[in-house]
Unconditional design. Structure first.
Length: 144
């Protein structure tokens, strides 16, 4: 692939991500939840009371950044902090009842966005993203 295509691909990845972020920002709704906050809530709900460290690792952010993120979600009463039963220095995180609705709203918005693509384009997008994900996973594995 030549330099022009490389530059275009890199720009498209960035600009598409930015457009998705901006679209969700416009449609956040009453609780004003960002894409990052929604993904955090989804992770907490799916991983049954994870530690703050696990959230930070999943999101590829520092622990202090995760603390700020979690503090804001706790202020909105979307998560609760629970003491770890085995190590009192650790705090577990639990999603509140409001989270399921928020996750569903985000999913619906994203699916609505993707509905602009016909079925063949959706299948191709899935195929390409899976392929890219596998390539990245294999490269990370080979570095270890």
């Amino acid at each position: 692939m030549d330099k022009i295509h490389n530059d275009e691909l890199i720009s498209l990845f960035f600009s598409t991500g930015r457009l998705i972020h901006d679209r969700f920002k416009e449609e956040r709704g009453q609780l004003n939840i960002s894409v990052l906050q929604r993904e955090t809530l989804k992770f907490i709900k799916e991983n049954k009371n994870p530690l703050m460290k696990e959230v930070a690792d999943y999101l590829c952010i520092t622990r202090p950044s995760a603390t700020v993120l979690i503090d804001n979600l706790a202020k909105m009463k979307l998560i609760r902090r629970l003491p770890d039963s085995h190590d009192r220095r650790q705090t577990r995180l639990e999603a509140t009842e409001k989270v399921e609705r928020i996750i569903c709203q985000g999913k619906d918005k994203f699916l609505n966005l993707l509905s602009s693509l016909d079925e063949a384009d959706q299948r191709n997008l899935i195929k390409i993203l899976k392929k890219l994900s596998n390539i990245i996973s294999q490269q990370n594995y080979e570095k270890v």
